[in-house]
Write a protein that binds this ligand. Structure first.
Ligand code: PLP
Length: 284
């Protein structure tokens, strides 16, 4: 693969970041994942807007303009021959030259790293037809989950627990309510209403979430932004998750209890179709 590091395009085995980089030592970095379908970027402006919010929340300088990020995304798609896949982008506070809790002085150059992940047939994932099995696990992450930082150890542990129990992913639960999935936003459908947790510091403000809720409302579907319990989810007609990499993915079982009929339902199926169709139209 050709990867991007601080303005340069390099073979992946020649790309290097300092051992003192704060992204490496302190998870002092934010990231974005943009999906690519037919060589085009989905929801690019939304991902760039959230990158700006994450950087602002951490008082980190943004080293590139949106046009420069777009150019780098396009270069990587082209140089790596990506038709369907993902582009990972990370901005860290850079290399202050030593380990220190104090932020480096203004003017320290942030580190920008980008790379591609080819995913042939990304939009036709077989799991979209069969749905995911989900386990629940306590949400032990920090209190600013709205900032998309690279602190992903707990979600990674939760994903391992899900795999160990034969499931596909985990939903995180705090004070009896579902916050979100390890790397996706969580939804249930009851009596035709689409229910998903309201935006706050407790969850990542998903770019796919924003798009899916907009399309749902445009299609005259009822949307309720509020938290829900696991019991409510297990008694729902349908459940699903959204993210840039899975789009809309049906959930058919929670902690071994089938959701609804235990098969993929019509609302999740329709939302997936609408999302893919509409977001392809605005892909750049
Ligand atoms: N929630 C968490 C914790 C995530 O890590 C992600 C994506 O990685 C999402 C939600 C979905 O966000 P998006 O739709 O912007 O990919």
């Amino acid at each position: 693969r050709t990867v991007y590091v601080n303005g340069e395009y390099l073979p992946e085995d020649q790309a290097m970041v300092s051992v003192f980089d704060r992204g490496f030592l302190m998870a002092d970095a934010v990231y974005e994942v943009v999906s690519v379908l037919d060589g085009k970027l989905l929801d690019f402006a939304g991902h760039m807007a959230r990158l700006t919010r994450s950087l602002d929340a951490l008082s980190m300088d943004d080293p590139l303009t949106e046009d420069e990020y777009l150019e780098a995304h396009r270069q990587l798609v082209q140089r790596n021959g990506i038709t369907d896949g993902l582009i990972y982008l990370q901005v860290s506070r850079g290399n202050p030259g030593d380990r220190d809790f104090v932020y480096p002085p203004k003017g320290t150059r942030p580190t920008v790293v980008m790379f591609t992940q080819a995913k042939p047939g990304l939009a036709d994932a077989p799991a979209a037809k069969t749905g995911w099995q989900i386990i629940s696990i306590e949400d032990l992450r920090w209190g600013r989950r709205d900032i998309k930082t690279v602190q992903l150890l707990y979600p990674s542990m939760a994903k391992m627990e899900a795999k160990a129990r034969g499931a596909d992913d985990a939903w995180l639960v705090e004070d009896g309510k579902v916050t979100e999935g390890t790397s996706n936003n969580a939804y249930i459908v009851k009596d035709g209403r689409i229910i998903t947790r309201e935006l706050s510091h407790d969850i990542l403000h998903g770019i796919t979430r924003a798009a899916v809720l907009r399309f749902a409302r445009e299609a005259q579907m009822q949307v309720e932004e509020r938290s829900f319990t696991l019991a409510e989810a297990q008694a729902a007609d349908e459940a699903f998750v959204t993210s840039a990499s899975s789009f809309v993915m049906p959930v058919v079982g929670i902690d071994g209890t089938p959701v609804g009929s235990g098969a993929v339902g019509p609302v999740a199926t329709r939302l997936r179709e609408i999302y893919l169709e509409e977001s392809r139209k605005t892909a750049i």
